[in-house]
Design a protein around this ligand. Sequence first.
Ligand SMILES: Nc1nc2c(ncn2[C@@H]2O[C@H](COP(=O)(O)OP(=O)(O)O)[C@@H](O)[C@H]2O)c(=O)[nH]1
Ligand SMILES: [Mg+2]
Ligand SMILES: [Zn+2]
Length: 302
Amino acid sequence: MAGRKNKSPAAWLEGSIIASYGRRYLVEFPDATVLDCVTRGKRGALACGDRVSVAPSGPGQGVIEAAAPRTTLLYRSDAFRQKLIAANVTQSIIVVAAAPSFHEDLVNRCLVAAEHGGMAALIVLNKTDLPESAAALESLELYRRLGYRVLALSARRDVRPLVPLLRGQVTVLVGPSGMGKSTIINRLLPHAAARTDDVSRALNSGRHTTTHARLYHLDAASHIIDSPGMQEFGLHQLTIDEAAHAFVEFRPWLGRCRFRDCRHLSEPDCAIASACAENRISERRLASYRSLAQELAKGEKY
Ligand SMILES: Nc1nc2c(ncn2[C@@H]2O[C@H](COP(=O)(O)OP(=O)(O)O)[C@@H](O)[C@H]2O)c(=O)[nH]1
Ligand SMILES: [Mg+2]
Ligand SMILES: [Zn+2]
């Protein structure tokens, strides 16, 4: 049983969160043991990938007493609350597929969150065994031109093209549900049994199949986090200026608008709008930025 000794930092164990279920966390320690943990009091939310100090509190259980500073954080937020997705990851892979269809706006928001969160981002088009994939790959050409890596594969047939990109990385897979994130992890690690399901079944039951984030080990230096699918990606944590910077191709033009506080919505002499008129910035990306900026403007505090 938990003795007084466990209350002193000397008895704390250092581990990493490998799963987060609401306000409970599974924490794994270097000897591969796992404790089911809660946080104390009103501590801010934690995420899969967070490094924490745990005081064991009973058989298989512990209390998270402290969390180490994060190198990166991927999260989304609406006007009311934040939803942490993963901490300390080095890269975010946005997984999409031609079917079911996905919204380009969501891809843009995932990229913005990765840019702002301090991690690399790449895109995987899964399900290339489906005939609709050619058109989807063509539409993703836009991102390749922006400098993002775009990899097309069929998890069902072969996930090996992805393996070299995961080596030495802590990766989080994000995107709408039904794109094949859990399938990719299952194929990488057949014993992992990340939960996958038929899209139709998931849609009929009205819930996503992956209900919480979960970290898996590919090898000692490579880890991968599966995350629940999202239909929306709120970015209320960003200022409009940060949003503009997170559209990587905007960066060379920022600071060149007539107004210093230009939001690139409909202001005169906007360098971003001019760059778009000259085909140096794509209309699709500018439209996506503007819908985000308008959303952020609504929630802005004056
Ligand atoms: N045709 C095809 N279907 C796939 C492929 N990868 C996954 N799926 C299917 O897509 C559905 C959703 O997969 P899942 O991994 O649960 O997606 P998640 O919600 O992104 O985790 C399941 O029915 C999978 O069998 C693929 O490469 N080709
Ligand atoms: Mg899943
Ligand atoms: Zn502007």
